[in-house]
Design a protein around this ligand. Sequence first.
Ligand code: NDP
Length: 268
Amino acid sequence: MIDCYGVFGNPIKHSLSPIIHTQFAEQTGLNIQYDKILAPIDDFVHSAKSFIDQGAKGFNITVPFKIEAFNLATKLSLNAKTAGAVNTIKVNGNELIGENTDGIGLVNDLTKNLSINLNNKTILILGAGGATRGILLPLLKQIPKRLMIANRTASRAEQLALDFSSHGKTCGFGLDKIKDTPVDVIINATSASLDGKMPTIANGVANGAICYDLMYGMQTPFMDWAKANNAKMIVDGLGMLVEQAAAAFEFWTGKQPNTQEVIKNLRG
Ligand code: NDP
């Protein structure tokens, strides 16, 4: 018997998730099928329900359906609740359990794959969109010294910092308020790289910092900026992608795959 999983998105053609989950299944000896599913922009719920009716055990959700998946879930993990978005659903009888593994994926890539200790570090996140909301709680669980959120629209950063202030030391401001002094870790969670752009910010903040771009599959303008400004380490988001998939795989199957092997294969 084969267990069916999949990923919903629009567009979905370029998703690496089927390759990743197929490798996880081979490693753990499970017989699964994992498909890319293009849901109509205005009809995610119908597509998801029909997949569930066909006997699916679970599925991932990517842009632009993570909020609709949050609303579809009948039960939510704490990560999903605080993120306000769901990227993984487990079908458990009539129950649809919503989880958000994006933040766990980022933290596992930083701490396990890259051996970076986030405890007592100063972290600067650029951007205050859905991805930032998803990574905040797992990052704050590492107990950084200070977590700063800087965004083009300052009010969104200020609001996010306020929303998460009960979980740790947060502050939010506009990109123009970033100081010209180094921090330990900078995470680019803006979508500016998609347009080939890097927001203009104080250059000194990158000096000696670990610079992590959530984007993957290309050398981004943020990575170029980090290099030009003496960053200590420059990383793209491929490891996060594999780690968030691994957390979903474990949530569904109880099996923990070997992520480093898959990251190595994908980097070729
Ligand atoms: P959203 O659309 O929710 O948010 C976009 C953010 O980028 C906003 O804060 C926006 O600022 C900011 N922004 C956009 N353009 C610019 C610009 N030119 N200059 C400065 N800021 C800008 O996107 P998401 O949060 O969902 O995704 C962000 C990125 O993270 C994407 O590139 C996505 O691919 C990546 N990602 C990677 C994952 C992985 O597994 N590696 C997982 C999830 C996301 P404003 O509020 O002012 O509009």
